[in-house]
Design a protein around this ligand. Structure first.
Ligand SMILES: Cc1cc2nc3c(=O)[nH]c(=O)nc-3n(C[C@H](O)[C@H](O)[C@H](O)COP(=O)(O)O)c2cc1C
Length: 373
């Protein structure tokens, strides 16, 4: 292995004590391939197995914690104890190959497609539709419903522990419900859940508290809790980098294991403030200043890209789409065979690469999402 790649392969101990054998993490990617009732399928297990050999941790596709939070067809569920056996098979598959298994848990809020939840109206902080074609106007959640969703995240954590996962990642990114409460675009409330930046943090932080309490109540072994967030949104009004720095300070006040940024390119600069030429990951890493581990992500393809992320003071690097094309990325780089890495994918390779058919169909439908041959 090249000496400059050595740092990618050093073990890393998260604050909870969960130890990763190296710094490479699989980014969460929805497979669209669970059974209609949310149970894990064997196709998904094959997809997980092939990508768990070398990496330090595998963050799974997002699982919905409440019935009304299911966001796509073929999404995995964690709304009931009946899901535990399938999720245990998923955790065992990942852990059996030496990687830590981290389950991402979410509620889609206004991003939920009514068709997926039996034609019901999706819910959110306020009655504001997302800025996307055909978006429906959601119904504003009542106090009671909000408290129930917070409990659902706690229950999902209990089930993840029972299924043998090493941690959960709270999905506070990608415009889903937690982000909708933090966003001034989707949260127009004037009660304890909104009205000021501080109050817009109430829902996400209540979920953090419920998840941490569930870990304290149920986990017998070290169990990691991470939080994923999108640093900015383009809506007006929308989340800005200064807003996110305040959210980070709040999150850092909790005993979380990591913050996972969600960005498309690790070298991107601010989407909103074009004058600011600093890369977003640099701004965040400097602000965090080692107070909590960060996971960087976004178009990390080559080992040089991964090293560049770590050189920003970010200890962990998530790889998404490249691991679809190249499941053996870690082993090849570690063995000094990086010239053998596949950076492109052919539609004919999907079965060989254990990419479930519905996932293949969904990624092929988004132009430019995968570098096709
Ligand atoms: C097919 C696919 C499914 C995804 N599903 C999720 C998801 O369930 N949860 C999530 O937080 N991000 C999801 N993402 C975003 C990825 O985690 C990652 O942030 C993004 O793909 C950028 O990383 P990459 O350039 O290495 O692919 C998904 C991305 C892809 C391509």
């Amino acid at each position: 292995m090249k000496e400059e790649y050595q740092k990618l392969f050093e073990p890393y101990v998260l604050p909870s004590g969960v130890t990763l054998r190296n710094r490479v993490v699989v980014a969460p990617m929805t497979t669209h391939s669970a059974f209609e009732n949310g149970m894990v399928t064997n196709d998904e297990l094959a997809y997980y197995a092939l990508r768990s050999w070398g990496v330090g941790a595998f963050i799974t596709a997002c699982a919905y914690v409440s019935e009304g939070g299911k966001s796509f067809d073929g999404q995995i569920g964690i709304t009931d104890d009946k899901f535990i056996p399938g999720l245990k098979a998923m955790a065992d598959t990942i852990k059996g190959k030496g990687a830590k298994a981290i389950l991402q848990i979410m509620h889609g809020g206004r991003m939920v497609n009514p068709k997926v939840i039996g034609g019901k109206q999706p819910v959110s902080a306020s009655e504001v539709a997302a800025l996307r074609p055909n978006a429906v106007v959601p119904r504003a959640l009542t106090d009671e419903e909000i408290e129930q969703i917070i409990r659902d995240f706690g229950e999902a954590t209990r089930r993840a522990i029972a299924a043998g996962f090493d941690g959960v990642e709270i999905h506070g990114a990608n415009t889903y419900l937690l982000q909708q409460f933090f966003s001034p675009h989707s949260n127009r409330r004037n009660d304890k859940w909104g009205g000021s930046l501080k109050k817009r943090m109430t829902f996400p932080t209540a979920i953090v508290e419920a998840v941490l309490k569930s870990v304290a109540d149920h986990a017998q072994e070290p169990f990691a809790v991470g939080y994923r967030l999108s640093p900015e949104e383009v809506e007006e009004p929308g989340i800005t980098i200064p807003d996110t720095l305040q959210l980070l300070d709040k999150l850092i006040s909790y005993p979380l294991d990591y913050i996972h940024l969600s960005i498309g390119k690790y070298f991107v600069t601010s989407l909103r403030n074009k004058e600011d030429k600093t890369e977003v990951l640099d701004t965040i890493s400097r602000h965090v200043a080692g107070r909590i581990p960060l996971i960087g992500v976004g178009s990390v393809h080559t080992p040089e890209d991964a090293v560049k992320v770590m050189d920003k003071g970010i200890p962990l690097v998530a790889l998404g789409r490249i691991l679809l094309c190249e499941p053996r990325w870690v082993e090849k780089v570690e063995e000094g065979w990086e010239f053998e890495l596949h950076y492109r994918i052919s539609a004919d390779d999907m079965d060989k690469l254990k990419i479930p058919r519905a996932m293949a169909e969904s990624i092929q439908s988004v132009p430019g999402w995968l570098p096709f041959e």
